[in-house]
Design a protein around this ligand. Structure first.
Ligand code: MIC
Ligand code: SF4
Length: 649
């Protein structure tokens, strides 16, 4: 049978695991990455599991999200992660080194390997021909401990790219076009595999822009083949030895197929407030711009920033625009300082900030009230930029740079300037100054935990029945940024669940914590694609802390569903989606004999005692997941497995 690229990589890494059940797949995890805002939990969980030695080939702990250090909290987190990295044999990437996904692409990603990262944009590594999957922190901690990960058997969608991008159309426009086609839930349950003659004209970082934004469609991951372009990129990064060719067999079988002619792609933008609210720039008229932000793991590569510098060279940023640029890595910044491009950016009036996530996760550079911000980032959810009333458009670096000059959202092909062609340097800078590599001998390394680091909540074994109130009813596509907002004020509390709980569902209601406390916890009702967006398990741990027992929804986003299960919260999907209408906040809900129904794979009867209805839900998980819920979360489950069979973690 002709094999897809995904199938080949999975076969290479497949291991037969005793606990693997129907519909699941257990693979060896070659590499893991963590970042600081999810990483503190990962290392606390490793510690809670009593892990002595990690089993991956390579693991990296990046510090890139919380780098503002407005108080001791961020710095405490950094020191804790640094000590954990030293203890477990993980490479530590200091703040200032750059954004995890860009750095991982540059320095460590390997074609054909499987990478699990505690960040939803881990699929950026797919640009190198790596199967790179985002997951919740606990899944990454277990992957480090056991060297394996069990995933739900995905379907494979093939996107065949034909033709060649026209001048001024970019990889970002391709990513936006695909999101328009798939929407923010069209990728759920799929790995998206790219093929076709069109890919030969896309650089590794172009491909990475596309796989990065595949996360916005809900796809498990996205991947390009490993070809000569990948070999050339690795050669220039001084890592030619890591090159392995990997591609699908001709006529491989796929579950779904889409063909896209790159020649027809035109500059686009995702309008507020969703990455799939995409339109061609020529249809969006008269948008006056207050801020332009260039960077993030989607568009902060050397080529992206050199293109920006070439467009701005010798010109002035519009007086009403604040242009801010966050490079993807310190080495990119160094190269641009050496070749003069940094000088061109500064002379044009650009504000250069640290090589980090920065404004992408609301760590500074919040726009003015009601401001319009153009960003080369991947998410424009309401409020994520730090200003609730701001409107964010997602665009390419080319569109961003040209619009910074004109002061209006402007299609780059509309101003009569030449599309700059960027030559890659013969060799990229590869300074290691911001990396700390673990020592061989690590016996006496102590974890350093400052006062900001609090224990995380533990799930409780499943009771026979739940009888609680419906605390909150929300609509479709609720994001983890809605459930557990992140911004400059809240990000410092990622290792402090009690503090974060004050802001749970903060974009929807200001009193969720009080409601939950008053009622001793309860249920939440969601629409389609509940929990889309980030991998932050805080969107499960905080509700757990507040006593949330189950989420009933029309459908769930993959990583969030897994995080709910890992925390011991029951994700239940409505069998008849119309039943959503039958529930209101404050309704009294009862579910009986849950463990029995979960273990037998039965439908779950949910009684609305207030209204006198009886409806049915499906448990959104595998047989194994059912056992995790019954145990009260993944950590309890591992403990019970270990007690029963002395599982080696
Ligand atoms: C994001 O882009 O939303 C984040 C911040 O990188 C998250 C991780 C987090 O919440 O810490 C993600 O994408 O997983
Ligand atoms: Fe960082 Fe933004 Fe990328 Fe998330 S999406 S990893 S916050 S740059």
């Amino acid at each position: 049978m002709r094999k897809s690229l995904t199938c080949k990589i999975i076969e290479k890494n497949r291991i037969s695991a005793a606990h693997e059940r129907k519909g699941e797949l257990t693979v060896k995890i070659n590499q893991t990455l963590t970042q600081d805002s999810t990483g503190t939990m990962v290392y606390l969980q490793l510690e809670a599991m009593g892990v002595k030695k990690i089993k991956t080939d390579l693991s990296v702990a990046y510090i890139d999200h919380n780098t503002l250090q407005t108080g001791f909290e961020n710095a405490d987190d950094h020191v804790f992660i640094k000590s954990a990295a030293a203890k477990y044999g993980v490479i530590y990437s200091k703040p200032g080194n750059g954004i995890c996904h860009q750095l991982h692409l540059e320095r460590f990603g390997k074609p054909g390997d499987i990478l699990l990262g505690s960040d939803s944009h881990t699929p950026t590594g797919g640009g190198l021909g790596m199967l790179a999957i985002g997951a919740g922190g606990l899944d990454v901690a277990v992957a480090m401990a056991q060297g394996t990960y069990t995933l739900k058997l995905p379907k494979v969608m093939n996107i065949e790219l034909v033709g060649k991008l026209q001048p001024w159309a970019s990889a970002k426009d391709v990513a936006l076009y695909i999101l328009k086609l798939l929407t923010v839930k069209g990728g759920v349950g799929y790995i998206v595999e790219y093929s076709g003659e069109g890919i030969k004209n896309l650089s590794v970082t172009d491909r990475a822009t596309i796989t990065n934004m595949g996360a916005e469609s809900g796809a498990t991951t996205s991947i390009f083949p490993s070809d000569e372009t990948v070999r050339d990129f690795l050669l220039r990064q001084g890592r030619e030895g890591d090159y392995v060719p990997f591609e699908a067999d001709p006529d491989a079988a796929y579950d779904k197929k889409i063909v896209i002619d790159l020649g027809k792609i035109i500059p686009m933008a995702a309008k507020p407030h969703s990455p799939d609210n995409v339109d061609a720039l020529r249809n969006i008229k008269g948008v006056k711009v207050d801020q332009v932000a260039i960077g993030s793991c989607t568009n902060s590569s050397y080529a992206d920033l050199m293109k920006t510098a070439a467009i701005l060279k010798g010109k002035q940023v519009h007086p009403d625009v604040s242009l801010v640029i966050a490079p993807g890595s310190g080495n990119i910044l160094k190269m641009m300082a050496d070749n003069g491009a940094l000088g061109d950016l500064l002379a044009s009036g650009a504000r250069i900030i640290e090589a980090a996530c920065g404004p992408c996760i609301g760590m500074g550079q919040a726009p003015k009230s009601g401001g319009i911000s153009l960003r080369t980032f991947n998410r424009n959810f309401k409020g994520r930029c730090g200003t609730d009333t701001a409107e964010v458009y997602l665009v390419s670096p080319e569109t961003a740079a040209v619009s910074a000059l004109t002061g209006y959202l402007t299609s780059p092909d509309a101003v009569g300037i030449e599309n700059p062609i960027i030559e890659l340097p013969e060799s990229f800078a590869t300074y290691n100054s911001y990396f700390i590599f673990p020592a061989e001998k690590r016996e006496n390394v102590e974890l350093i935990m400052g006062p900001n680091i609090k224990p995380f909540p533990a799930g409780k074994p499943l009771p026979r029945k739940f009888m609680c109130k419906l605390l909150l009813k929300v609509g479709d596509n609720i994001t983890t940024d809605d459930i557990m907002p992140s911004n400059a004020k809240l990000l410092p509390y990622r290792s402090n669940i009690p503090e974060l709980s004050k802001y749970c569902f903060g974009t929807i209601t200001k009193d969720f914590r009080e409601r939950a406390k008053k009622n001793g916890g309860g249920f939440i009702l969601g629409g389609e694609n509940y929990g889309q967006g980030s991998s932050r398990e805080h969107a499960a741990l905080v509700p757990l802390y507040l006593g949330v027992k189950a989420i009933i929804a029309k459908s769930f986003a993959r990583i969030h569903r897994d995080n709910l299960i890992n925390s011991g919260i029951l994700p239940l999907s409505l069998i008849d989606k119309d039943c959503y209408k039958l529930f209101d906040e404050n309704d009294e809900i009862e579910i009986n004999d849950i463990a029995e129904a979960l273990r037998n794979g039965n439908k779950i009867k949910v009684l609305n005692k207030t209204k006198g209805y009886e409806i049915y839900c499906r448990f959104e998980g595998s047989e194994n997941d059912a056992e995790i819920i019954v145990a009260g979360g993944y950590l309890n489950y591992i403990k019970s497995m270990r007690e029963a069979a002395e599982v080696d973690v």
